[in-house]
Design a protein around this ligand. Sequence first.
Ligand code: OAD
Length: 251
Amino acid sequence: MNDAVSRAAEALKSARRVVALTGAGVSKESGVPTYRDALAGLWANHSFEDLASPEGFRRDPAMVWDWYAARRSQLREVRPNAGHYALARIATHFPDFVTITQNVDDLHERGGSRDIIHLHGHLMETKCFFDCRGSSTLVDEAVFAGSEGSPPPCPHCGRWLRPNVVWFGEMLPPEAFRRAQQAAATCEVMLVIGTSGLVYPAAGLPMTAELGGAVIIEINPEDTDISRIAAIRLRGASGEILPQLAEALGV
Ligand code: OAD
């Protein structure tokens, strides 16, 4: 086991309140492209902001809906990787462990993690673009499966449906972000896994944790904006490092 993993395990062993903040890198080894990977296929010549914003949706609702439909189909084909399973095992070692994720996939849930806070929503959930019955009202996929054209009509008001994810320029779900801020401010260790740390306010959570006295442990093959406040930097793929960390903790 490498020295940095041993140091990370030592920092964790004396902790009771631990938070994991995850990004797209933790799903990369499941075959889900990260956001900084180039957009591929039909969407290669579009910007991410074009596809993940209310303005982009209004400009071309069919293209945006089809991009998310393609991502939902892909997500049905992929599985959690060793990193997801190891993180769920690591969580069992602590009385208070929260996984805060920027990811909109359900791989942490399928990998066995329990207390998960989704800051950017859920790819597999759908709601009315106009929130005709309130933004928490979801529409079951069976209602619109196979409907012609895209995006399908809201069953309540007949206007567009949209994925229940946070788009550029939109607020994070207030209760989720409040919980995440509280967990970050009170934790003793924060594992920052597979995120470039470029998109706020999620990217501000490690600073909140560090200001609260937490030890920041970063797991990423590359340096990021968060590296400068990481006391321990585990350079490598989360699917390889998290199982080593779980083994060092004996879980
Ligand atoms: P990014 O694509 O910005 O960053 C992915 C990070 O994962 C990078 O730092 C990579 O170095 C790292 N990485 C790649 N492979 C990895 C592996 N096998 N193990 C661990 N790390 C690996 O994705 P996010 O940081 O999650 O927001 O992006 C944050 C937000 O930007 C997303 O939630 C999305 C996007 O705009 C919204 O949609 C609102």
